[in-house]
Write a protein of this length. Structure first.
Lengths: 541, 307
């Protein structure tokens, strides 16, 4: 299989004649097939890990479903800078750095699931112009902004990390859309079709449910936004192949800089004078105006082995350090650096940082807000795994820095008392792993009653559904039994609930099950807005 | 009569002949038809749950009285909470497997076990021990299924006093035999949750809305859901902080199972295990007034087996 439809044609067209002229023509083009195979295997692994990021009957997630983020050196670098600490869980990113030092940007060309998806997409959608839009400097600029602002403790990884964008896009929009469509189709047949038809479709549905679909339909804030953000990466293919990878991806930029040391190079290191194919057909547009192959741009896709009409290209450990620097000017570096300094300052002067935020209920195990924002890579894993679809991404409610970070939205779903899955999948320990005993006492927030809405107060009728569901072993919701006289002059006992703040852990099940229509009569306020922490933990950072 | 009528309507519906969801009609004549003035209550005490279930079912006339060859049998435990067996918030898994086994022996073609849970359903099914125990039976006729939202159908409860309409789970309505297997425990709204209250697990909608007049509505639900027999799991009972509980100190070992075809009488007897009178549980009183059964224990024939 070839990397793009256009190339597949060129590949087949070139092979017979090339076989006669070039030595080793039979083997080298096959490398491209190997590369595509490796890409598909990596994508398959990625999708499989994505699917099993869920409760499967065990309280522990058996696989390292977060491995992609731990392999991501951009995550490693930015989080280390932003937190000022070394996070041992991220050691696998050193493997990627090591491989890149030796082989170059193979991660981009052979492994990255987003790159593979872009390649697959490129089989169907081709650039408008033959000459790709060239903004190589931009990815370096983005990398510089991310690193510099991380140095000043503001972490903006979520906007640009390719894996973060991909996993979030899939979690928030693609996967729910997929389930909605498939389930909707089967449901429609089941509910509206004749019995003989649903007898046929239901077994197929069961197969889908067992292997392809998520356990249940999930719903996310930012589903539309995440969809367009991810879609934009693909639509940009119209402006040139691998547009994202060549011009925007800060991970690609980082690996590109590292790969400059790599001795594994395409030979010849310059494009031939009498042929333009290297320049026009390279998916990474890695040949500069001087006909030089820019190793930091090359993702070793090996397409040039297949399309070279002379069959003289090869990849060998023969490279010496190239003199040219990455394609970004000094002024651009300076501007990016200044923006990296300006952003943390301007973010800190946002008035939002001065307000208590009762709705920012962080997941269990979350570090203190300031550390949490520096450590969380906005990967969406915790929201993906949340068994009650209770964790939701923030948008701009709290300003720019916390966009995409997880919060508990109890009215949508509560935090399951015995569940610790989110703390297990967090790749950076922004959510610290909790054993069950710790989970049972970890405080997310506290519940408070709105007596103007609460049924036993406002309507003088029985309810206490909240108290029934309160999972804490010495119940945090208690009640007084009072005697009331109803409109028919009958005396009856009425239980009126109240919260013991010292016992409440803020799991939100009370708010979730409150039968009051609309806004619940019992609501959870975040830990940071609780009276005893107010004043110490509110101003960010 | 009731069940046959359900069956007919549901068959028509699922045959695709009706495009609108059916309205189940509970005819007043059928109500109280099963009521016996002096119902039997059987209790078994002991440690061997399998033997106790066998004893009780035999005492009621054997499973063949309730299950015909080829029947679909629903065994409806309480799987409401993500709690383990010792916490006593759910029906003991061995009670469920014993009943499923007896139903299969009697020739059931399908044994369905389900409950609409309060906590996340997968966690409840797993940690209650009920799904692992049923899976271990390794019998394709036994299905421990999660609730399928598509199967809730609106039902008009004509004789309902507090509740006139609610949605019910189709499989519970169409079963040839419905065995109610609640766990006996404290419940802060209704006093205790026993057999009648267990019907809450086969209804749809926002169940919290029922709490404003809970006991009357539980009785109304039981006008629709009429089990062939009820078997109350009181091997251990939750004395406080119900229905979810959690503390081992709230749980008392009773080593008792109670069974009978009269759901009110069984609940009335189970109430005494908590040191309460049948009249202390309002849903029992409401059930009695609806003609669902006998709550006066002095009028019941009570047989206690020591196994």
């Amino acid at each position: 299989m070839a990397a793009s439809g256009k190339d597949a044609g060129a590949d087949q067209g070139m092979d017979p004649s090339a076989g006669k002229t070039g030595p080793g023509r039979g083997i080298k083009p096959r490398l491209k097939t190997v590369r595509t195979g490796v890409q598909l295997i990596c994508l398959g692994l990625f999708l499989w890990l994505f699917r099993i990021t869920d409760y499967t009957g065990s309280d522990t997630i058996p696989w390292a479903v977060n491995i992609w983020f731990r392999l991501d050196p951009l995550v490693g670098a930015v989080v280390t800078l932003a937190t000022g600490t070394i996070i041992p869980l991220l050691w696998p990113c050193l493997v990627v750095i090591g491989v890149t030092l030796v082989l170059g940007r193979v991660f981009c060309g052979w492994v990255c699931p987003l790159g593979t998806l872009i390649d697959l997409f490129g089989r169907f959608v081709h650039p408008v112009n033959k000459k790709p839009v060239q903004l190589r400097f931009l990815k370096y600029a983005i990398l510089i902004v991310l690193l510099v602002s991380a140095f000043f403790s503001v972490q903006l990884l979520g906007f640009f990390d390719p894996l973060s964008l991909l996993v979030r896009g899939m979690t928030f929009s693609i996967d729910p859309m997929f389930n909605f469509l498939v389930t909707g189709g089967f449901d429609w047949v089941y509910l509206n079709g004749p019995a003989w038809l649903s007898d046929l479709t239901e077994p197929v549905y069961d197969v889908f449910k067992s292997f392809l679909l998520p356990y249940k339909q999930s719903f996310f804030f930012l589903s539309v936004f995440s969809f367009f953000l991810l879609a934009a990466i693909f639509v940009l293919e119209l402006a040139g192949r691998r547009f994202w990878c060549r011009n925007l991806c800060p991970l690609g930029a980082m690996l590109g800089v590292v790969s400059k040391i790599s001795p594994f190079r395409r030979i010849p290191a310059r494009a031939c004078k009498d042929c333009d194919m290297c320049r026009t057909d390279c998916p990474m547009d890695a040949v500069n105006e001087n006909r030089q192959i820019m190793t930091e741009e090359c993702n070793l896709c090996m397409d040039c082995l297949a399309y070279c009409p002379k069959g003289i290209t090869s990849f060998q450990f023969k490279g010496s350090l190239q003199k040219h620097l990455p394609d970004i000017g000094r002024r651009q570096v300076l501007a990016a650096g200044l923006l990296g300094i300006a952003l943390p300052v301007v973010i800190r002067t946002d008035a939002l940082s001065r307000l208590p935020a009762p709705d920012v209920i962080r997941p269990p195990g979350a570090l203190a807000e300031k550390d949490f924002l520096a450590t969380c890579v906005r990967c969406g894993e915790c929201m993906k795994v949340c068994i009650n679809n209770a964790l939701q991404p923030l948008f701009l409610e709290q300003g720019l820095a916390p966009v995409f970070t997880p919060v508990l939205v109890p009215r949508l779903g509560y935090c399951e008392f015995n569940c610790t899955l989110c703390t297990q999948v967090c790749p950076t320990r922004a959510l610290e792993p909790l054993d069950l005993a710790k989970k049972h006492t970890f405080v997310l927030g506290t519940a408070w009653f709105d007596k103007n809405r609460c049924i036993p107060y406002a309507e003088q009728r029985p309810c206490i559904v909240c108290e029934e569901h309160c999972p804490v072993h010495d119940k945090a919701i208690k009640f007084h039994t009072i005697s009331v006289v109803d409109d028919q002059n009958r005396t009856m006992a009425l239980k009126q609930p109240y919260v013991r703040q010292d016992l409440c852990i803020g799991c939100g099940i009370c708010e979730n099950v409150c039968p009051v229509v609309g806004t619940a009569a019992v609501r959870v306020a975040a830990k940071s807005s609780m009276p005893d922490t107010f004043g110490s933990g509110t101003s960010y950072p | 009569m009731n069940r046959r009528k359900f069956l007919k309507q549901v068959t028509l519906w699922s045959a695709g002949m009706l495009m609108v969801p059916p309205v189940f009609d509970i005819s007043p004549a059928a109500l109280g038809a099963k009521t016996d003035d002096a119902p039997d209550i059987f209790a078994a005490k002991g440690k061997d749950i399998q033997a106790m279930v066998q004893t009780l079912v035999d005492a009621m006339g054997g499973m063949a009285r309730f299950v015909n060859k080829g029947d679909t049998v629903v065994v409806k435990p309480n799987i409401g909470w993500d709690r383990n067996v010792d916490q006593g918030a759910n029906t003991h898994p061995m009670v469920v497997t014993a009943l499923a086994g007896l139903a299969l022996e009697a020739g059931a073609a399908k044994v369905l076990v389900f409950d609409r849970t309060c906590n996340e359903e997968r966690r409840c099914y797993q940690n209650s021990g009920i799904k692992p125990a049923l899976d271990a039976m390794d019998d394709r006729r036994v299905a421990c299924e999660y609730i399928d939202d598509r199967k809730f159908v609106p039902v008009q409860i004509k004789n309902g006093r507090s509740l006139k309409e609610w949605s019910f789970y189709k499989d519970a309505l169409t079963a040839d035999c419905y065995i109610n297997v609640p766990v006996a425990k404290h419940h802060s709204s209704s006093g205790l949750t026993l057999g009648l209250k267990n019907a809450m697990g086969v209804i749809g909608g926002r169940r919290g809305r029922l709490h404003m007049d809970l006991s009357a509505r539980i009785a109304d639900l039981n006008l629709v859901i009429q089990p062939d027999f009820t078997l109350v799991d009181a091997t251990r009972i939750m004395l406080r902080n119900g229905p979810s509980g959690g503390r081992p100190s709230d749980v008392k070992i009773m080593d008792t199972l109670i069974a009978g075809t009269d759901p009110v009488a069984v609940d009335a007897y189970a109430t005494t295990l908590f040191g309460l009178e049948p009249a202390d549980v309002q849903s029992t009183v409401e059930g009695f007034h609806r003609g669902l059964g006998q709550m006066d224990l002095s009028k019941c024939r009570i047989t206690v087996f020591d196994t």
